[in-house]
Design a protein around this ligand. Structure first.
Ligand SMILES: [Zn+2]
Length: 446
């Protein structure tokens, strides 16, 4: 199905954007303006989306001597040092909506294990990148149309070159990931991934590198139950539905529904609706606005425009066979049933990003009602009139991760490295720890 053209508000060129000073209200749209392009991976068709992203990512990183070449997967010479990471903060979960979330604290230590007597580091930095990759690029096979990379944060560990002795060295880091960032999402139209890319450059121009995927989740705390009422003109039928405030990818949830106005009494007879069939399904709607790279902007009618794609799939459905009670005297049908997502279909959590990527869910309830007629004196002897109707209605469902025992970072705080002492740790020579985020951790980035 061809996508629909629509306009996007594009931000100023990346060179003029200073992400570090942006507050939540200043966020340009889309959320992820491309800051640089990624080379086209070879033979993209044969690769999964994940490996495609990783390959694009690897190709764009500052390679160095550890960069592996697929054609010669033989043992590489052991470098002068290796890098690893210990994450100290709990799994990254943003609690509540992008508008209200306080974000999640990410903290840990980068470890450099020096294998030689001394290694001099000229530069040591780590970047947190957001990579949006679409399966519906404006120009097929164009890497710049396919993938947009945005730097969310950058840590600079050194102010001046340092010499590290043989052995282990730790570099603490922390950052408050702003709660408005969309969660990691792997959809049918597009994927959003977060990666950490650390590079230490040695005095002889070697690179010690470390990469890691960061999985960001969002959990919206359940509020009150949702009550919704739907009417079905021209009948007198009214459906009143009680739904949970949030649902989860795993586990079932209750739905209560009352269909009222089913009985009409006239003179000496009664017409009434009998529920013949009750179905429900959960639809997942994914949307993505594929941006065009500057080279292919003419394909979508100019810069700042994109193509809207939509993908709808059913992630659960069932026919409710029984379990409803009919009361013709009161004129009500009461149904109670439990619904659940089909885990095998890997339902996505609700998300919305200003770059046009979104995931939403709807519960659709479908009822078939048949009309019957009975004389008041013999109400048990009803006759179908032949009239029947299909009643269809839908409700928004919020699909989100379970909040579990989750506590947001500002309620229970893991260690932060704002108070790193100015003096270097004793086991490091000539080492000067750069200030890690002390002055901007309260700001929202990007
Ligand atoms: Zn392009």
């Amino acid at each position: 199905m061809p996508g629909r053209l629509l306009s996007l508000v594009r931000p100023a060129p990346a060179s003029s954007a200073n992400h570090d000073t942006l507050k939540a209200n200043d966020i340009p749209q889309p959320l992820f303006p491309p800051v640089y392009s990624v080379e086209r991976p070879t033979n993209t068709k044969a690769k999964s989306q994940e490996s495609l992203v990783m390959e694009a990512f690897k190709r764009h990183s500052i390679g160095g001597r550890h960069h592996s070449d697929k054609k010669s997967p033989k043992v590489e010479p052991q470098g002068c040092a290796t890098m690893n990471m210990e994450v100290e903060s709990p799994p990254l979960v943003f609690y509540n909506s992008p508008q209200t979330s306080t974000g999640a604290l990410f903290s840990g230590q980068l470890k450099i294990d020096v294998h030689e007597p001394f290694v001099t580091l000229e530069k040591f930095e780590m970047r947190l990148l957001a990579i949006v990759s679409t399966k519906k690029p404006v120009s097929p096979h164009c890497a710049d149309c396919t993938t947009q990379t945005t730097e969310i944060h950058k840590w600079e560990f050194l102010k001046a070159p340092v010499s590290l002795r043989h052995g282990d060295h730790s570099f603490p880091f922390s950052h408050l990931l702003p709660g408005h960032l969309p969660a990691t999402t792997h959809g049918a139209l597009a994927s959003l991934d977060y990666y950490l890319d650390a590079v230490a450059t040695t005095s002889n121009n070697g690179n010690i590198t470390y990469k890691r995927n960061l999985d960001i989740k969002r959990a919206i705390f359940p509020g009150n139950e949702k009550h919704s009422i739907r009417i079905f003109p021209p009948t007198n039928l009214t459906a009143s539905v009680k739904l949970p405030p949030v649902i989860h990818p795993i586990g079932d949830f209750p739905i209560e529904m009352r269909l009222s106005g089913i009985t009409q009494t006239k003179n000496d007879s009664q017409t009434r609706w009998r529920l013949r069939k009750l179905n429900w399904r959960i639809e997942e709607t994914q949307k993505f606005v594929s941006p065009a790279c500057p080279k292919h902007a003419n394909k979508v009618g100019g810069e700042g425009k994109g193509v809207l794609h939509e993908d709808i799939r059913v992630i659960a459905s069932e026919e409710v066979k029984h379990g409803w009670k009919t009361d013709f005297t009161e004129g009500n049908i009461d149904a109670e049933f439990r619904a659940a997502c089909n885990m095998a279909l890997k339902p996505l959590c609700d998300m919305e990003s200003p770059n046009g990527m979104s995931v939403k869910h709807n519960l659709i309830i479908e009822m078939v009602v048949a009309e019957e007629w009975a004389p008041l004196k013999k109400l048990s002897q009803a006759t179908p009139t032949g009239a029947a109707r299909v009643l269809r209605t839908q409700f928004h469902l919020c699909l989100t991760e379970r909040s579990g025992m989750g506590i947001s970072w500002d309620e229970e705080q893991p260690p932060m490295y704002e108070d790193v002492p100015a003096s270097p740790p004793t086991y490091v020579d000539d080492f000067d720890v750069a200030h890690l985020d002390d002055d901007d951790s309260g700001h929202l980035h990007l």
